[in-house]
Design a protein around this ligand. Structure first.
Ligand code: PBG
Length: 337
């Protein structure tokens, strides 16, 4: 088919969208979505008892991601800041687990100490978010206590509120409950407010799906359930309307930011939530999404940087203004050129 009048007869097009794609400067001007290092939150794993042992250990299925001591984590936070990434979310791997996950809310727990160290070192330059959950801390690996095989919602909520408070006391800038128990956002809000932490925002993992894409994370955080799965609390991947209900409830309970997780297989959910509510939406580009890109790139089957940037751009285009991603440092470095 002819592309211009001079090339052939017959085609008299008025609309030629390609006109805006010919010149790179103009292409930049009409670009609708632009990533920035300030969009990213970098997830990090701090592990108890690493001092003296090897300071950090790479997660086999997540090249470039480490389980590390607080000292090693501080060094990596420094690298984040150098790359322009100004926010991290911390996950803890405790030295010991028990049925109630008591290390999750211990005043001197691994996350609490990591938060204090980070705030002491970087102050207001670095936003420190904490993941509030129990599955890394319970011996059964579920996100709430268990009795006779039943996952106990209300007991879980009480512990999550206590955990969130311990993070705030340690200096956390934002708390992010990821457990999916009913009512935890409200309980955390009341608990924080009663203790004088009215200024600490809650970023709720609101639409968190029971996903196979968390596989590498569970290796990293040592949080695989010892029996059953998480389908009685995390959402069914087949459901979209239910995501709106979960988001609405979390907002009623006081969530400041709502999250959709995973990201790439759930771009439709991100868009639905963004269109339905006037609040910031975060999306978690999870461990399995990261591992797939790394693995395929290692095999030479895809171009790593190109696929990384395309994925993150798609998540932002879908409506997420905040992206939690293990690619944060690498993507930020590319963006800065
Ligand atoms: C804890 C939690 C999980 C992730 C974040 N917080 C794992 C899970 O629910 O099993 C997953 C993050 C990732 O896969 O990168 N509840």
């Amino acid at each position: 088919m002819a592309t211009s009048k001079s090339e052939g007869p017959g085609l008299e097009l008025i609309h030629r969208p390609r006109r805006l794609r010919m010149n790179p400067i103009l292409r930049g001007m009409v670009e609708e979505t632009r990533l920035s290092p300030s969009d990213f939150i970098y997830p990090m794993f701090v592990e108890e008892g690493r001092k003296g042992r090897r300071d950090r250990e790479e997660v086999a299925s997540m090249p470039g991601v480490f389980r590390q001591s607080i000292d090693a984590a501080l060094k990596e936070m420094e690298q984040c800041l150098e790359a322009g990434v100004r926010a991290v979310i911390l996950f803890g791997i405790p030295g010991r687990k028990d049925p109630m996950g008591s290390e999750a809310y211990a005043a001197k727990g691994i996350v609490q100490r990591a938060v204090s160290a980070a705030k002491r070192t970087f102050g207001a330059d670095l936003l420190v978010v904490t993941d509030v959950c129990l599955c890394e801390y319970t011996d059964h690996g579920h996100c709430a206590p268990v009795r006779k095989g039943e996952i106990l919602n209300d007991e879980g909520v009480t512990i999550h509120a206590r955990t969130a408070l311990s993070h705030a006391v340690a200096g956390a800038d934002v708390v992010a409950p990821s457990d999916m128990m009913d009512g935890r956002v409200g309980a955390i809000r009341v608990t924080l407010d009663d203790a004088g932490f009215t200024h600490v925002p809650i970023m709720a993992y609101s639409a968190k799906y029971a996903s196979g894409f968390y596989g590498p994370f569970r290796e990293a955080a040592d949080s695989t359930p010892q029996f059953g799965d998480r389908r009685s609390y995390q959402m069914n991947p087949a459901n979209a309307e239910e995501a709106l209900k979960e988001v609405e409830l979390d907002l009623e309970e006081g969530a400041d930011i709502v999250m959709v997780k995973p990201a790439l297989p759930y771009l439709d959910i991100i868009r639905l939530v963004k269109d339905a509510f006037a609040v910031p939406v975060a999306a978690y580009n999870v461990s399995g999404e990261y591992a797939m890109v790394k693995a395929a790139a290692r095999l030479g089957w895809i171009e790593h940087d190109r696929v990384m940037m395309e994925s993150l751009t798609a998540i932002k285009r879908a409506g997420a203004s905040i992206i939690l991603t293990y690619f944060a440092k690498d993507a930020a470095a590319l963006l800065r050129g």
